[in-house]
Design a protein around this ligand. Sequence first.
Ligand SMILES: Cc1cc2nc3c(=O)[nH]c(=O)nc-3n(C[C@H](O)[C@H](O)[C@H](O)COP(=O)(O)OP(=O)(O)OC[C@H]3O[C@@H](n4cnc5c(N)ncnc54)[C@H](O)[C@@H]3O)c2cc1C
Ligand SMILES: NC(=O)C1=CN([C@@H]2O[C@H](COP(=O)(O)OP(=O)(O)OC[C@H]3O[C@@H](n4cnc5c(N)ncnc54)[C@H](OP(=O)(O)O)[C@@H]3O)[C@@H](O)[C@H]2O)C=CC1
Ligand SMILES: CC(C)=CCC[C@@H](C)[C@H]1CC[C@H]2C3=C(CC[C@]12C)[C@@]1(C)CC[C@H](O)C[C@@H]1CC3
Length: 532
Amino acid sequence: MGAANGYANGKVAYSQPELSKYEKVVEFIMHRFRFLFVVPFLLPLGVVYNWFFELRNWFVFNINSAPKAHDRKVQRVQAQVRRWNESGQKTKMCTARSGWLTMSFRFPLYKQSMTQIRTDTLIDILEIDEEAMTVRVEPMVTMGQITRFLIPRGFTLPIVPELDDLTVGGMINGCGVEASGKKYGMFQHICQSYELVLADGSLVTAKKIEGKPVNQEESEMHTLFFGIPWSHGTIGLLTAATIRIIRCRPFVKLVYYPTNTLDEMKLRLNAEAENKENEFVEALMFNKDKGCVMRGRFSDGPLDKTGVINRIGRWYTKWFYTQVEDIVDDGKVVTQFIPLRDYYHRHSKSIFWELKEIVPFGNNVLFRWFCGWMCPPKISLLKATTPPTLRKLYDRQHVLQDMLVPMDQLTKTIEVFHEEVEIYPVWVCPFRLPSCPGMLRQRSGASQMFVDVGAYGVTLKKDYHPQETTRRLEAFVRSVKGFQMLYADTYMTRAEFWEMFDSSIYDWLRAKYNCRKAFPDVYDKVCKAARY
Ligand SMILES: Cc1cc2nc3c(=O)[nH]c(=O)nc-3n(C[C@H](O)[C@H](O)[C@H](O)COP(=O)(O)OP(=O)(O)OC[C@H]3O[C@@H](n4cnc5c(N)ncnc54)[C@H](O)[C@@H]3O)c2cc1C
Ligand SMILES: NC(=O)C1=CN([C@@H]2O[C@H](COP(=O)(O)OP(=O)(O)OC[C@H]3O[C@@H](n4cnc5c(N)ncnc54)[C@H](OP(=O)(O)O)[C@@H]3O)[C@@H](O)[C@H]2O)C=CC1
Ligand SMILES: CC(C)=CCC[C@@H](C)[C@H]1CC[C@H]2C3=C(CC[C@]12C)[C@@]1(C)CC[C@H](O)C[C@@H]1CC3
């Protein structure tokens, strides 16, 4: 993923740096022995960081300062935006969130030239409404914070994206998927309203109106509601979100179905995704043929001694995906009861399958028993301490992509991923995409089953080239009316981007709410040239 050196005929031209012998040696040492820094330093630092914020959040919520403080914090955001207006709108705006904190391999280049609006104090869960079955949270609240707050109260979000440090603001302005998406869609589809500060500093609440809007303002707030997801903060600054909650049970009864061919996996995945009894469905592919479809349902736990409880969240347990691989190797259908919060964060301990690259012995039984309680290292700390030499190595051979395609294109998509990058495991997560307006619009008029195909890791393909390979993947995804998750590197030109995404509401809202001077276009925040 070399540095952009300009456009040629609408194509982004990237150069690949050549390495000297010295650089190759340094790279090898840094890559192979990175654990000497991560294990003794980053792991303990991450534990202290988490303990501090857990204590702080418990204290704030229990002295109930969050709801009262919220208005004051929002007024501070409004004041910053008004100051931007009064100073002549000389630059565009973005949030002041530091790039090392964001859940992406890349750092935002665009922030350096923009007026950064501080939203970092908006980190509180504001209230839970058990009548309306909703929870109101500020945008910097993380998925880990929400599950720790809701589950002990017998509730959960319908969709809890996997990694602890994902924020509500990122899940709404970017996107969020999880195994319960087969029932509830994407993170944006479980939201009921967004509180936003617009370019003029005004505070509005965009919400979905059931039935006919009673007036023009309601109709516009309804349209604004559909325009926010995926807009990456280029229409307004999110200051709170009201999100659906559902009752949950303490366990997930998880059934593992090993599959031996891609077609078998596809058939099983489709059947389980369409089965309304299932709450969660995902699959892992361990090579082009062998995989495992997993389906989960809420449960109070085993009815008798024969039921197996698998507390995968315990510090000493094997990494979840390796346990699944063992089940695939054994070939038998397995049923387990997994504590709900453990299930939600099942891939977190191993950062999907990325931690093996950093701590090769991380899944070793001795390491797990003695150091497992500090795992996983915080992604933000890993990101902040990735030396340039390693970044170049990741640029050259590390793939991080999630492509969202219609379910009937799954087989072809896996084949294209195999052809282009051949990285395993592949994460396969079905989700329902409703037919509603917005950047992510499918035109069938009814909701359609999509699937997230995620590839994260080192490619062994000799002819892999970050820009050319990714552009081929992007072209394929566009051809099947799919979408690329925009945390990942996107090499699409502007025209290709707006072929993949729908700009009708987006452009209308940007015009209506005077966003063009206030915020960059979403393409100018996510394209490869906007990040490093
Ligand atoms: C040029 C232009 C001018 C606009 N002017 C206004 C305006 O004055 N006021 C305003 O409020 N909005 C305005 N909008 C936004 C408009 O509300 C959205 O683009 C709307 O989603 C268009 O719906 P559609 O049926 O035309 O097609 P699509 O957006 O493709 O909608 C697909 C399907 O989604 C569903 N759907 C569509 N709209 C909604 C909705 N609002 N809520 C829930 N489901 C929906 C329907 O099933 C529809 O068939 C404008 C948009 C454009 C492009
Ligand atoms: N399971 C899943 O679904 C996973 C999803 N992801 C990816 O992670 C991303 C989210 O990462 P996260 O670190 O939480 O979010 P980020 O801080 O990366 O924010 C993502 C985008 O949303 C914008 N944004 C964030 N908060 C606000 C706000 N309050 N108001 C306006 N705009 C805002 C940011 O704008 P700005 O640049 O101005 O800060 C940025 O463009 C998602 O986009 C998703 O693609 C990653 C892993 C797993
Ligand atoms: C489930 C979905 C939709 C996406 C999962 C994406 C994650 C696997 C990646 C998102 C950010 C990535 C980072 C890394 C690994 C993979 C992600 C978590 C690193 C930790 C890899 C090592 C580097 O030194 C730092 C990276 C930070 C971002």
